[in-house]
Design a protein around this ligand. Structure first.
Ligand SMILES: C[S@@+](CC[C@H](N)C(=O)[O-])C[C@H]1O[C@@H](n2cnc3c(N)ncnc32)[C@H](O)[C@@H]1O
Ligand code: SF4
Length: 492
C-alpha cells in the first residue's frame, strides 16, 4: 500500500489504521505512478482550537476523501486530539470506500480489556465504559459489551491478587513439526531438536537463578506457565527433570495455577501425563485447532481428529485439574458449517477452557503469500467467531481474557472462555500487565511491571536455541539481572 503522512502524527499509528481496511499490507511511499496499489494520503493539523484530519483513500479505481475535526477539551492532550481526528477521518473514508465497518472501530491496540479495566477502576460503570468504547473509539456495541464483560471478570480476579506477586514463564521453543499457519518462535529442524538436552541443562540453571532472584526481591510467585512451541516435544525424562527443578525452587502446591501448554495431541502420552501430574501441573492444553480432517491436513498439523480425542481422554483421566482447548477460526478452506461443528463437539467435551483464536496472517508464516485470498472475506470468519462466542456463552462459559493481533482475518480478536472458577490466571495477569512476568529460555520476553502499573519494561532473551547456548549469553544474562534489580530499586 502506498502511504503519505503529513503533520505531527505517528506513522506507525496510521499504518495500523490502514491495516483495518487493507489487512496484511506492506507500506511504501506514494509516488506519481498511479497503479492499482491502494493508496492513503493523510494530513493532520492543529490550529490551537481543534485538530483536523483529512484522509484520501484510493483503491480499485475509486477515491474517497473524508475530513474530521476534534475540538480541544480538558480530557485530551493536543496529540491525542490529532490521533482521534485522524482515526475518525480514516474510519469514515474506509467505510465509504469499501463498505466495511471494522468492529473494533479505531481501537488499534492489542489489549482492549486494559482500556476497559482502566475505566472500571476509575469508578465508571460497565454501561459508561461501554458507551466510551462505542462513542470515542467507534467500537461496535457487540464488541464493547464483550470487552466490558471480560474486564469485569478480570477486575474481580485481579483485585484478589497480592501486591508483591509475579509469574514465571518457561520457554520450550521446540515442536515435532511446523504447522503452516504458525509463526510462534519454535524450532523443528533435526539440527535444532538435537540441542534439546543441552538446552534443558542450561534452562534448569536459569530457572533456579530466576527463582532465587524473585526470592531476593521479596516477591511471591502466583503462576508458572511452561509454554512453547510444544513443551510435550520433550520426552518423559526431560519433562521430569524440568518439573523437578521447578519443584525444587518453589512449593508448587501453593501456586494459584501451574500450566503446561502441551498442545499437539501427537506428543501427548500417558507416561508423560503421569510425570506432568506428579510435577504439580494444574492446567494442560490439548489443541485441535479444528476437527475437520481435511483442514488439519491442509494446515500440516500432523495429527488426526482421533488423535485429538485420544489425547483429550488421556488428559481427562490423568487427574490434572484443568484442560484448555485452542481453536482457530478462519483457517484456509474451513467454512462456517465445518467450524461451527468443531465448536459444538468441543463444547460437548466440557473442557474447562476454550480459547477461540482468529487466524493471524504473519509474514513469517508459510502461507503469508495467500493473504489476499484470506483477508477479503469480511464475513465467513466473522460468522464463525460470532457463533463460537455465542455458543460458548450459551453453554455456560464466561469470556475471561482477550487479545488482538495485527493482520487477523476480518480484524477479529482471540478470546479465552472458561467455566466459572477455571479462568486461566496467567493469561489475565500477562495480558493486563498487572504484575511482572519473569521469563526464561530462548525467545522468552520478561515483562517488568511497577507496583502502580505505570511503568513497564521488557527484557528479550536470545531468540534461537543456539544463541541461547552460546558464550555470548552469559553477558546478556548479567544485563538481564542488572536490569531487573535496577527496575525494582527504582519502582518500589
Ligand atoms: C504458542 S501456540 C502453542 C500451541 C501448541 N504448540 C499447539 O500447536 O497445539 C498457542 C496457540 O496459538 C494459536 N495460533 C498459533 N498461530 C496462530 C495464527 N497464525 N493465528 C491464530 N492463532 C494461532 C493456536 O491456537 C495455538 O494453539
Ligand atoms: S501451532 Fe503449535 S505445534 Fe504448530 S508450529 Fe505452532 S507452536 Fe508448533
Amino acid at each position: 500500500m502506498r502511504l503519505t503522512v503529513n503533520g505531527d502524527i505517528n506513522e506507525y499509528y496510521v499504518q495500523t489504521l490502514c491495516l483495518l481496511f487493507f489487512p496484511a499490507s506492506k507500506f511504501s511511499k506514494s509516488d506519481a505512478s498511479a497503479d492499482e496499489t491502494p493508496e492513503a494520503i493523510v494530513n493532520v493539523d492543529f490550529d490551537g482550537e481543534k485538530a483536523t484530519a483529512t484522509v484520501k483513500l484510493s483503491a480499485k479505481g475509486k477515491s474517497v476523501t473524508k475530513v474530521y475535526s476534534e475540538q480541544s477539551n480538558e480530557k485530551y492532550s493536543d496529540y491525542t486530539l490529532k490521533r482521534i481526528a485522524c482515526g475518525k477521518a480514516f474510519f469514515a473514508a474506509g467505510k465509504a470506500l469499501l463498505g466495511v465497518t471494522p468492529q473494533w472501530g479505531i481501537l488499534t491496540g492489542v489489549r482492549p480489556a486494559k482500556l476497559a479495566l482502566k475505566g472500571l477502576y476509575s469508578g465508571h460503570t460497565k454501561a459508561e465504559v461501554k458507551s466510551q468504547m462505542t462513542k470515542e473509539y467507534l467500537v461496535s456495541s457487540k464488541k464493547a459489551a464483550l470487552v466490558t464483560d471480560i474486564a469485569s471478570v478480570e477486575k474481580k480476579i485481579v483485585s484478589k491478587l497480592g501486591k508483591d506477586t509475579c509469574s514465571v514463564y518457561i520457554s520450550i521453543p521446540f515442536c515435532p513439526s511446523r504447522c503452516s499457519y504458525c509463526s510462534f518462535v519454535s524450532f523443528t529442524s533435526s539440527k535444532l531438536l538435537s540441542l534439546i538436552d543441552d538446552y534443558m541443562d542450561k534452562l534448569c540453571i536459569d530457572i533456579k537463578q530466576i527463582f532465587d532472584e524473585i526470592k531476593s526481591l521479596g516477591l511471591t510467585v502466583s503462576t508458572v506457565y511452561i509454554g512453547g512451541g510444544t513443551p510435550t516435544t520433550l520426552d518423559a525424562k526431560q519433562l521430569e527433570k524440568l518439573l523437578n527443578v521447578v519443584n525444587s525452587c518453589t512449593d508448587t502446591s501453593l501456586l494459584e495455577e501451574f500450566t503446561l501448554e502441551a498442545g499437539r495431541p501427537d506428543t501427548i502420552t500417558a507416561e508423560k501425563l503421569v510425570v506432568i501430574k506428579n510435577g504439580g501441573v494444574t492446567r494442560v492444553s490439548v489443541n485441535p485447532q479444528t476437527l475437520n480432517p481435511a483442514v488439519l491436513e491442509i494446515i500440516g498439523r500432523h495429527h488426526t481428529v482421533d488423535d485429538f480425542f485420544r489425547a483429550y481422554e488421556l488428559v481427562k483421566n490423568s487427574g490434572i485439574k484443568h484442560i484448555n482447548t485452542d481453536l482457530i477460526a478462519g483457517l484456509p478452506s474451513e467454512g462456517f458449517r465445518s467450524f461451527s461443528e468443531t465448536v459444538d463437539k468441543i463444547i460437548d467435551l466440557r473442557p474447562d477452557n476454550i480459547t477461540v483464536h482468529t487466524l493471524c496472517i504473519k509474514s513469517a508464516a508459510d502461507f503469508a503469500n495467500r493473504a489476499g485470498d484470506i483477508c477479503n472475506t469480511f464475513s465467513e470468519t466473522t460468522k464463525c467467531v460470532d457463533y463460537a462466542q455465542l455458543a460458548c456463552k450459551n453453554a455456560g462459559y464466561i469470556p475471561y481474557y482477550i487479545y488482538r493481533q495485527k493482520n487477523t482475518v476480518d480484524n477479529l480478536e482471540n478470546v479465552g472462555f472458561a467455566l466459572s472458577g477455571a479462568e486461566g490466571r496467567y493469561n489475565i495477569y500477562m495480558m493486563e500487565e498487572v504484575h511482572s512476568i519473569f521469563s526464561v529460555g530462548a525467545g522468552a520476553v520478561s515483562k517488568l511491571v511497577s507496583r502502580s502499573g505505570g511503568k513497564i519494561e521488557r527484557i528479550f532473551d536470545y531468540k534461537y536455541p543456539y544463541e541461547y547456548l552460546s558464550d555470548k549469553e552469559s553477558e546478556k544474562r548479567q544485563n538481564k539481572f542488572r536490569t531487573i534489580e535496577e527496575f525494582y530499586k527504582q519502582n518500589t
